[in-house]
Ligand binder design. Structure first.
Ligand SMILES: *Cc1c(COP(=O)(O)O)cnc(C)c1O
Length: 968
């Protein structure tokens, strides 16, 4: 650096700005220092001692060399430019929307919101928990139901989860048939059919009237229907109830601002998407779905429910309720396999509602309804007839043989309509539709100048002289969104401050490292995030003609190739929108493969005891039986037990699901043997790729024995966790499974067969966040991708080394090293002192840290994963915190300090504590809240004290408390 810049070669000067150095925390000096502390002289020797030689890659990844931020953004901009932004009137659950700018910039583009994790540590997550509670309140209000969960992955999977819940819930009706109304979105029908096939249910798709004559345990109706019809479902639902059938209604949030609610009509479950409430359409996602239900179903509900409880000072505090805190503990008995969901998008949508308020939302809905009425009046005036008399925002125009010509005329005018059957065209209007566009649409249908006065039509509508789509008897009369939170923040200043207030209660990556094992909380670089909000990616309708999405097509193809290079697989499907969905898609592919070979008896899925809970949950969803394989005392899969189970089940074995490196934090030497043993009896190997951050550029699952893996792009490939979603869980497969990748009924996915089924509502899942992973791989290149893995392993080993003398490291590899994460065994300390893993997790908050993963995969442990993005300074701060805590434990062990009154047991400490005039603790306020020097510079105060989970579960409240309760 001291060198005169005129003497350095130009290329070297450019190198100073290399992204690789920005992404990885440790610089060369730190790297050397950390290696020294491990007694090693080079990174290569570390990798040799951690990764078994037989699986190590002999050559560099087949990726390009690294690009700079500027170069990569320019290349992606050119690709994005190939997308064409026509105006879409296609509807089908996807609508253009104005994302309020205050939310766009301060939530969607703000790392304080998008880099947080799922709120497992509620005391430092009260901001997004309040956002989610508001979301539940909004859904309860609009659907007219008793309870709602905190979001689902998409509308299609929400419908499928509703089907599964109704089956669990309905004990009075033993039928295995599920009824779906024909006027449901086709992608929803496809997802429901796929799930039903693997649960062993039959699906009947028919007109809603046919429900009464169909023997079934439950039904899905859509309101308004996919082609726009609004009909009162009250009688159909009550007739179904008399026959012990449970009814799910798929609905639309904006329509529900005006329409009688499904709850009022008697629905048991109400689902839908929140997309049009201020979430970019993004070629299909990410968006959140909602899921509302009767109180009586609460123990059977999928997903997470946020509930109100109290903290140790009796103050109102929020946290995940009941079994939904750790739903996967129930493994194959879990209600659903959902882990990562769509928190960021759920909170965005409720902020949209908060910003507009009930009055603003109603105006938006009324304007859309009025424009639709105007269009309908114009069309009927010009001799067209409509398929439905009652509608909200969607018209189904009967055009007969003119269908294709009109469709193409619209297309030529950059207007996308929906082809409905052979002789109708669908037109859906939205918040962004203008009068000029209604004019344009009328001109298309009238072959030129339609010659109508829109203002005159509108005036006649206002007087009631023309028929309107929504008759008064179908309109809702109850007040919605009356809670103060929806009526307080309608100025931008107030909104901005509310968002900031919530954000500042939470710990996200813009504050400190989040060492959550198995979650890979690495840098989500700004340059990676920027393309997400480019309109070229954000504004495309997922069912727009594919010629308009050529930019996306290039992005998908390139990303698939890059992921193939990283994993060693032959093909990739980008459809699954979370790891759990990837698992499901992979297992479906395995099942279909065996079916194609006539091997129907294979129904066993072997799963090691250390597996993540989503694995057994996914296996039971495809109808496989889970057989648990033990782990040995070193944490490895017990190969003797594996072989015994293989001999016992032989040709019944469908597959093994194994995480590599294991969630115990070691590269198991026996992996190739394990794969061979399963292959030997004709089984398939599913390698859970959540831990790919320890593998990329070092070893490839597709090369050491895997047949299929999912990748969590929101772990290894830099998509931020969003406070609990979005994510993406694409799968890589070997050649023989390629014919069985998921398809889509509306927008064909190249080289897929619709018989394979559909996993997500959108053909490429959450397409608009894929640019993040594309940017990451482009900017790291072949050299950076491997380096990231090396540094992740180095950082984990450094932490393990520094903490290992004070807390036992539960599992290590044969040479004494860990993989990219390590497990601290707290059980001996707990025995000696009474201090629990929870005490340590809460005490870390006083230091400004989010706790590591608690009690997974082994109870009584903490799993630390630092990732490559943390510098040695940050690791040292974390280590210092852990060592200070260890001394506090020692004082309890020795009897010097009483556990009940210790800082550990009373953590976290809040401002209420230190300002309490009656401070009686045996430690000082300084020790309580500033246990390390750096806290004098900057501190995040936990906004509540330790939360009482049991109290909240006994007094379940999942809607917003009154303002007075917050103040108490
Ligand atoms: C995170 C994780 C999953 C689940 O992935 P989601 O994207 O959260 O659904 C599965 N397996 C392991 C080992 C994981 O760490």
């Amino acid at each position: 650096m001291t060198q005169d810049f005129r003497r350095a070669p130009l290329a070297e000067l450019a190198h100073h700005d290399a992204f690789i150095q920005r992404h990885t925390g440790p610089d060369a000096a730190q790297c050397t220092a950390m290696l020294n502390s491990l007694g090693l002289s080079s990174i290569d020797s570390l990798i040799e001692k951690t990764v078994p030689a037989k699986i190590r890659l002999g050559e560099p990844l087949a990726l390009e060399t690294a690009k700079s931020e500027v170069e990569a953004l320019a290349e992606l901009k050119a690709i994005a430019g190939k997308n064409k932004l026509h105006k879409s009137f296609i509807g089908m659950g996807y609508y253009d929307t104005h994302v309020p700018h205050v939310i766009l910039r301060n939530v969607l583009e703000n790392p304080g919101w998008y880099t947080a994790y799922t709120p497992y540590q509620p005391e430092i997550a009260q901001g997004r928990l309040e956002g989610l509670l508001n979301f539940q309140q909004m859904i309860i209000d609009l659907t007219g139901m008793e309870l709602a969960n905190a979001s689902m992955l998409d509308e299609g999977t929400a419908a499928a989860e509703a089907m599964a819940m109704c089956k669990r819930q309905n004990k009075k009706n033993r039928s295995d048939t599920f009824f779906v109304a024909a006027d449901t979105h086709p992608q929803t029908i496809a997802v429901v059919k796929t799930r039903a096939e693997h649960f062993g249910f039959e699906v009947v798709v028919d007109e809603p009237e046919a429900l009464a004559n169909t023997e079934c345990f439950g039904a899905l109706l859509q309101y308004p229907g996919t082609t726009g019809e609004v009909r009162d479902l009250t009688d159909i639902i009550s007739a179904a109830h008399e026959q012990n059938k449970l009814v799910t209604v798929a609905s639309d949030l904006l329509a529900l601002m005006l329409l009688k609610s499904p709850g009022e009509m008697g629905a048991d479950v109400v689902i839908g998407t929140n997309q049009r409430f201020g979430v970019p359409i993004g070629f299909g996602g990410p968006h959140a779905a909602f899921f509302a239900f009767r109180e009586a179903f609460k123990r059977n509900a999928p997903g997470r429910i946020i509930g109100v409880s109290i903290d140790s000072r009796g103050k109102t505090a929020l946290r995940m309720a009941m079994q939904t805190r750790e739903q996967h503990i129930r493994r194959e008995k879990a209600n659903s396999n959902i882990c990562t969901s769509q928190v960021l998008l759920a909170v965005m949508s409720v902020f949209y509602a908060i910003y507009h308020g009930p009055g603003g939302l109603k105006r938006i809905a009324e304007r859309v309804a009025r424009l639709t009425d105007t269009l309908a009046a114009g069309l009927t005036e010009r001799g067209f007839s409509l398929a439905h008399e009652r509608y909200f925002d969607t018209l189904c125009v009967k055009v007969g043989e003119a269908q294709k010509p009109l469709y193409h005329t619209a297309l030529a005018n950059q207007l996308n309509l929906r082809l409905v059957g052979e002789d109708c065209l669908g037109i859906s209007l939205d918040e962004t539709t203008t009068e000029a566009e209604v004019n344009q649409l009328l001109n298309v249908f009238c072959a030129g100048d339609h010659g109508l006065q829109l203002s005159q039509l509108d005036a006649q509508l206002a007087e009631g002289a023309l028929p309107a789509g929504l008759p008064s008897e179908q309109r809702r009369t109850d007040a919605v969104l009356t809670h103060p939170v929806f009526n307080t923040y309608q100025s931008e200043t107030e909104m901005l401050r509310y968002l900031k207030q919530l954000e500042s209660r939470d710990i996200a990556l813009n504050h400190s490292m989040i060492p959550l094992g198995s979650c890979t909380m690495k840098l989500n670089a700004t340059a990676e995030m920027i393309p997400v909000t480019w309109p070229e990616f954000g504004k495309l309708h997922p069912f727009a003609p594919i010629e308009q999405a050529q930019g996306y097509a290039v992005l998908f193809e390139q990303l698939e190739q890059m992921l193939e290079a990283c994993t060693g697989y032959d093909a990739v499907s980008l459809q699954p929108n979370a790891g759990s969905q990837g698992e499901y898609a992979g297992l479906v592919a395995i099942k279909k493969y065996f079916e194609s070979k006539g091997e129907f008896e294979r129904d066993i899925c072997l799963i090691p005891a250390s597996a993540h809970g989503t694995n057994p949950a996914s296996a039971q969803m495809v109808g496989m039986k889970v057989v648990v394989v033990n782990c040995d005392s070193k944490g490895n899969v017990d190969l003797a037990d594996l072989n015994a189970k293989i001999s016992e089940y032989t040709s019944r074995i469908a597959c093994i699901m194994v995480t590599y490196p294991s969630t115990h934090g070691v590269f198991e030497e026996g992996i190739t043997e394990l794969c061979a043993a399963v292959h030997n009896v004709g089984g398939q190997v599913y390698i859970d790729g959540a831990n790919m951050n320890a593998l990329v550029g070092v070893a490839a699952p597709g090369k050491f024995g895997g047949d299929v893996s999912h990748l969590n792009l929101h772990k290894t490939f830099c998509i931020p966790h969003g406070g609990g979603g979005p994510g993406m869980g694409p799968i890589g497969v070997a050649e023989h499974l390629k014919p069985f990748l998921p398809a889509h009924p509306v927008q064909p996915v190249p080289e897929t067969d619709v018989a394979n089924g559909t996993i997500s509502a959108a053909p490429w899942g959450s397409a608009s966040i894929l640019p993040i992973s594309w940017m990451y791989i482009k900017m790291m290149g072949r050299e950076g991708m491997a380096l990231a893995t090396h540094m992740a392993i180095l950082n984990a080993n450094y932490v393990a080394k520094k903490l290992g003398d004070h807390y036992p490291i539960l599992y290590k590899g044969s040479e004494g090293f860990v993989a990219h994460e390590c497990l601290l065994d707290l059980r001996p300390l707990k025995e000696a002192s009474g201090v629990t893993e929870e005490d340590i997790a809460k005490r870390l908050m006083d230091f400004g840290f989010h706790a590591p993963t608690m009690s997974f995969p082994v109870p009584g442990t903490l799993m630390i994963e630092p990732t490559e993005s943390e510098s040695q300074e940050e690791l040292d701060r974390f280590i210092e915190a852990m060592l200070t805590i260890r001394k506090e434990i020692a004082q309890i062990e020795s009897g010097e300090v009483d556990y009940q009154t210790s800082a550990l047991h009373n953590a976290p400490h809040t401002q209420d504590d230190v300002l309490d005039g009656d401070w009686q603790r045996p430690y000082t306020r300084e020790q309580a809240s500033r246990p390390a020097a750096w806290l004098k510079q900057h501190k995040v105060w936990p906004s509540v004290n330790r939360i009482d989970n049991v109290y909240g579960d006994r007094n379940l409240i999942c809607s917003c408390p009154t303002m007075d309760e917050y103040r108490s």
